[in-house]
Design a protein around this ligand. Structure first.
Ligand code: SF4
Ligand code: F3S
Ligand code: FES
Length: 249
């Protein structure tokens, strides 16, 4: 039998809501998602939460725990002091559907806007070849589990709803960087797309996205900064400038 701990959980829907207090049993080795499930089983059967794998791999259980964006299934209760109240709220950047469940369709919209991987037209499936070094270079970005914690954290949209149409966010900057590094991607304007369509210029390198990424992807240092630098190089390289003038006519 574990000790009783104080939890505060946001309950409500798109019309409003408030924090509700609970005293709930916590056992050794449990994570925050275990406690949410115990609340559902004992005191709040209609408490809404999104989850799936309970292994940090599906990216579903994103929530804010004591104000920090985290995965509920990867946040051990031992992270907190025994007397500490644990406050669980939904992701702030996306509209609430109910309780801890938010509507993250902003991210799917941004994914749809991103031009897909474009292999050379004269290369058939089965003929694609790339060096191991190129495979490894972007491997880090493919670890993304689409939890959208980085998207939720970035102040460009977290504090400025009006920026959402113009800003794709860190998850999609790593996708752009991954494709830009891909030797078989025939689209040569990933950097221009990042500047002109994804709003990478809004990012002022606060690195909050990197800090919350559960996959420890170095979003800012390895994707955003190099993309910004390469975009600048492109713009000031006279040959690239001339090429652009000629081919865009
Ligand atoms: Fe989550 Fe990291 Fe992917 Fe962002 S980059 S969606 S924080 S796994
Ligand atoms: Fe936002 Fe990450 Fe840039 S938090 S401002 S995208 S470094
Ligand atoms: Fe899958 Fe938490 S339930 S990441």
């Amino acid at each position: 039998m574990g000790a009783n701990r104080h939890f505060r959980v946001w309950r409500g829907d798109d019309t409003g809501g408030s924090l509700e207090d609970f005293q709930v049993e916590v056992n050794d080795g449990e994570v925050v998602l275990d406690i949410i499930h115990r609340l559902q089983a004992t005191q709040a059967p209609d408490l809404a939460v999104r989850w799936n794998c309970k292994a940090g791999k599906c990216g579903s259980c994103s929530m804010e725990i004591n104000g920090r964006p985290r995965l509920g299934c990867m946040t051990r209760m031992s992270t907190f002091e025994e007397a500490e109240t644990v406050t669980v709220t939904p992701l702030r950047t996306f509209p609430v559907i109910r309780d801890l469940v938010t509507d993250v369709s902003f991210n799917y919209q941004k994914a749809r806007e991103m031009p897909a991987f474009a292999p050379p037209v004269d290369t058939k499936p089965g003929e694609y070849r790339m060096q191991q070094v190129d495979v490894e270079r972007s491997q880090e970005f493919r670890k993304c589990i689409e939890c959208f914690l980085c998207q939720n954290t970035c102040h460009v949209v977290r504090d400025h709803e009006e920026n959402k149409p113009a800003f794709s966010g860190p998850r999609f900057f790593i996708r752009a960087a991954e494709l830009d590094m891909h030797p078989l991607d025939a689209k040569d304007d990933r950097k221009d797309f990042a500047v002109e369509q994804q709003g990478i210029g809004y990012c002022n390198i606060t690195k909050c996205c990197t800090e919350v990424c559960p996959e420890h992807i170095k979003i800012t240092d390895n994707a955003i900064i190099p993309m910004k630098e390469r975009a600048v190089d492109n713009r000031y390289d006279p040959l690239v400038w001339l090429g652009r003038k000629i081919f865009r006519r």
